[in-house]
Design a protein around this ligand. Structure first.
Ligand code: NAD
Length: 361
């Protein structure tokens, strides 16, 4: 399929190829939608084997950002950028400055941030050549590490889902007392989530492909450690995927022994149309990942875009709790899978904004 046809599938607005011979930069900026606002999304650096792979990734990820922002009620569109290269060997300040110049030429329709393979230091080089960058360190006046706010939003999602499956009146955080949670991946987000859940009386089982990391979190939270492959078989109330995506698939879903799946990882369903319904059939309530893990984006929006104080201490993730409740209510009333309810809610917001923009023309 040609590039234009691939853009038409998800209705992407713009795909920008960036080449800078002096620094060796080869990158792509994908703008899926600017209907709700500037397209914000991270800059990923990855050793893509082919250009096709890089194009697919930027198209898929930028579309996901549109839905994440829309479902969270933010006035942001969806975008993403990729640099083709190995972050361990190919990073130079010049590569990021060149990417910054390309972002600047877009005049603010795309705003970048850190992502897999990039970090706040890289954003500092980008800032030398463009003002359209977020995710700088606190020391540089940015919103800093988004993980604590992401973890807080995941916790609110777990509470909302548990209240729904218990069928009892809302009880807030009390619902976490004694609840069994299996956490896959205890890095930046998973580690904070475990510490917070343990403080509320949850009983944790954790795993990580980095065994030392799993042991460290286990000591901090009194969690039981299992081998990474064994996490799917753990009997728990909640399974919280906080590692990588596509872990809910044909092989793993039949093994799950939980009532709720709610975690931070992006794109948890390997195939949304197939594995969403599969979870439904197993009567497992799925918290759509982009609603549950939007805390980091919300933090960037309030702190970096609107310039409002949004410290984790002061920031209340109840917005995510409310959004998740709405998604679950709509799914239950309309008898549709939760991921579909989330997509429809986001779609309605985008369509309303599109109509109002058209009317103003
Ligand atoms: P991280 O790299 O700090 O932590 C991920 C951890 O998962 C690592 O310790 C890794 O060893 C482990 N892991 C990976 N695959 C695993 C597997 N199959 N089994 C067990 N452990 C595994 O990343 P993070 O910042 O904590 O993010 C976690 C997930 O949440 C990622 O998918 C990320 O895209 C998503 N996310 C993060 C944020 C954020 O604010 N950091 C925001 C939105 C979404």
């Amino acid at each position: 399929m040609g590039v234009f046809d691939r853009m038409a599938v998800g209705d992407h607005e713009q795909l920008v190829f960036v080449q800078d011979r002096a620094s060796g930069l080869r990158g792509i900026i994908g703008i899926h939608s600017t209907v709700l606002g500037p397209a914000l999304g991270g800059l990923r650096m990855w050793p893509y084997k082919t250009e096709d792979e890089a194009i697919n990734d930027v198209l898929r990820l930028s579309e996901g950002m549109t839905y994440k922002a829309a479902a969270s009620g933010l006035n942001l569109g969806g975008g993403k950028a990729v640099i083709i290269g190995d972050p361990r060997t190919d990073k130079t300040p010049e590569v990021f400055r060149a990417m910054g110049r390309a972002i600047e030429r877009l005049g603010g329709s795309y705003i970048t941030a850190e992502d897999v393979g990039t970090c706040p230091d890289d954003m500092s080089f980008i800032r030398e050549t463009t003002q359209h960058v977020t995710g700088l360190s606190r020391a540089e006046g940015g919103s800093g590490d988004p993980s604590p706010t992401t973890a807080a939003g995941v916790q609110e999602s777990i509470v909302a889902c548990l209240e729904a499956v218990n069928g009892a009146p809302a009880k807030g955080d009390e619902v976490l007392d004694g609840v069994r949670v299996a956490v896959q991946g205890v890095g930046h987000v998973g580690g904070v989530l475990c510490r917070n859940l343990a403080a509320k009386g949850a009983r944790l089982t954790v795993c990580d492909i980095n065994a030392e990391q799993a042991e460290r979190v286990s000591k901090q939270c009194g969690a039981t450690v299992v081998a990474p492959e064994a996490i799917y078989d753990v009997e728990a109330d909640v399974f919280a995927p906080c590692g990588l995506g596509a872990i809910l698939n044909d092989e793993t879903i039949p093994r799950l022994k939980c009532r709720v799946v709610a975690g931070a990882a992006n794109n948890q369903l390997a195939d949304i149309k197939r594995h969403g319904p599969m979870l439904e059939q197993r009567r497992i309530l799925y918290a759509p990942d982009y609603v549950a893990n939007a805390g980091g984006l919300i933090n960037i929006y309030y702190r970096d875009i609107l310039g409002r104080a949004c410290d984790t201490e002061a920031w209340s993730p109840t917005g995510i709790y409310d959004t998740m409740k709405t998604v679950l209510r709509v799914a239950s009333e309309r008898k549709v899978p939760t991921y579909q309810a989330a997509q429809e809610l986001a779609g309605v917001r985008i369509e309303e904004a599109r109509r109002s923009k058209m009317a103003q023309r």
